[in-house]
Design a protein around this ligand. Structure first.
Ligand code: UD1
Ligand code: MG
Length: 412
């Protein structure tokens, strides 16, 4: 029966995709007329591009989800025990996703401060975590076999350990991280929508594989991966259309609305599907980008408003963008970071003298600029293709780790 509901969900997703396509075409001139656009900073014309078009797709996504909600519960009509927990799981996931869309739209309109971007997703994760709690969902983690064997002479570790509230803190952190991770790996045509599309398609595939493995329909594992697909199929369909318009040369920009919606949807499905640790494998490029960005995000070194690559109109290529600051303004931790990264070749650093003062020039700390540091100037489309290839490679690696390496380290 669940497979029929998945087919209905897939059908609604396809309809959602067609509506997204039509609505984007309709709204492009309306956005421009309302002055809702951004300027493409990697083009000669600096042309206005409608932004945030993600809000249109997010609205279609929510409508598809609202229309789908009754279907999985049709089979329980008239039966004595209605599965309230499952309905709650769907509704709480939608609350978190809706609040992320609201936060993103507010960011697009008002350019929010970092503290809001961190606090709001933390609070909006509460309904989801509460439902997780009251539904008696597991907070146990499996101890790797290798760790058990290593410590066996000293202490006998159990196969699983209940880490209780630490698990909730971890899930809260997954939500806050995912909500922001896509937005800080952004700035070239097709990157935000492209990376989301690769991750969501990979997670869909992961869910299908798991459903195939848990072939018993009444097992909890089957439900966890089915509910994950209920959220993800419409998301993937809407995102594919958005990517079509956002890829080089962008006809629309997705905006922060899309970035937060995308991150939150992926985090929500991983929590409802009980695979938040596996999700992190699909987010490896975003994790590296976040770690590399830390000095700028926490202002250990200055962070300009935009860190996207620098466009050269003569060659129609983009190259590393540079942050410049007085050497004396550098904080101790920032200096340490620069020294370490320079010594391992992960940072472009140049000292220049101006008016008797020493200035440092470093590349802005994103993996987009890091790729350009190694590859040299690239055409914007080529750069996005390289970043997409890295994302796809990481997905393949995630499958390898999850299905091959994990079986070596865990009794799964
Ligand atoms: C985040 C990044 C910022 C990056 C920006 C690009 C951090 C801390 N912030 O800021 O470094 O420059 O995203 O999205 O990492 N744009 C293009 N081409 C594109 C996409 C965007 O030129 O393909 C420009 C447009 O001017 C667009 C603007 O970026 O209007 C959108 O920036 P916005 O999403 O508001 O920036 P943030 O999310 O605050
Ligand atoms: Mg943004």
């Amino acid at each position: 029966m669940s497979l029929i509901f998945l087919a209905i969900n897939g059908g609604l997703s396809a309809v959602g995709a067609v509506i997204c396509y039509q609505l984007i075409l309709t709204y492009i001139p309306i956005f421009i007329a309302r002055k809702m656009y951004g300027n493409d900073q990697c083009k000669v014309s600096n042309a206005p591009v409608p932004e945030p078009m993600g809000v249109i797709c997010a609205a279609v996504y929510l409508i598809v989800m609202f229309m789908f909600i009754p279907f999985p519960f049709l089979e329980w009509k008239g039966q004595s025990e209605f599965p309230y927990e499952k309905l709650l799981a769907l509704l709480s996931g939608l609350i978190s996703i809706s609040t992320a869309i609201l936060l993103g739209f507010a960011d697009d309109m008002l350019d929010l401060k970092w503290r809001h971007k961190l606090l709001f997703p933390t609070l909006s994760s509460l309904p989801l975590l509460m439902v997780y709690y009251v539904s008696g969902n597991s907070t146990t983690v499996i101890v790797p076999t290798i760790v058990r064997h290593l410590v066996q002479p000293i202490v006998l570790l159990p196969v699983t350990i209940n880490i209780s509230f630490i698990y909730y803190i971890f899930m809260g952190m997954v939500i806050v991280f995912c909500t922001n991770a896509i937005n800080i790996l952004a700035g070239i045509n097709g990157l935000e929508s492209g990376q989301s599309l690769v991750i969501s398609a990979s997670v869909c595939l992961f869910n299908f594989v798991q459903i195939f493995r848990f072939s018993a329909e009444n097992s909890t594992g089957f439900w966890h991966h089915t509910i994950s697909l209920y959220f993800l199929l419409p998301f993937t369909a809407c995102t594919a259309i958005l990517f079509y318009f956002n890829k080089y040369p962008s006809r629309v920009f997705v905006g922060d609305t899309f970035c937060y919606w995308s991150g939150m949807t992926l985090a929500v499905v991983s929590i409802l599907g009980h695979f938040s640790k596996t999700l992190m494998l699909f987010f490896v490029p975003q994790i590296i980008n976040f770690l590399y960005s830390i000095p700028q995000l926490f202002h250990l070194v200055p962070c300009p408003r935009h860190r996207l690559p620098k466009y050269d109109p003569k060659t129609d290529t983009v190259s590393m963008s540079i942050a410049e600051f007085k050497k004396t303004d550098l904080k101790r931790l920032g200096a340490l970071f620069i020294a370490v990264c320079k010594s391992i070749g992960m940072l472009h650093v140049k000292e220049v003298e101006k008016d008797g003062e020493i200035y440092l020039q470093i590349n802005n700390l994103t993996i987009i600029n890091l790729v350009l540091k190694f590859a040299g100037p690239l055409h914007e489309k080529t750069l996005n293709d390289v970043l997409m290839s890295i994302q796809i490679l990481c997905s393949l690696l995630a499958f390898f780790i999850r299905f091959y390496l994990a079986s070596l380290f865990y009794d799964v």
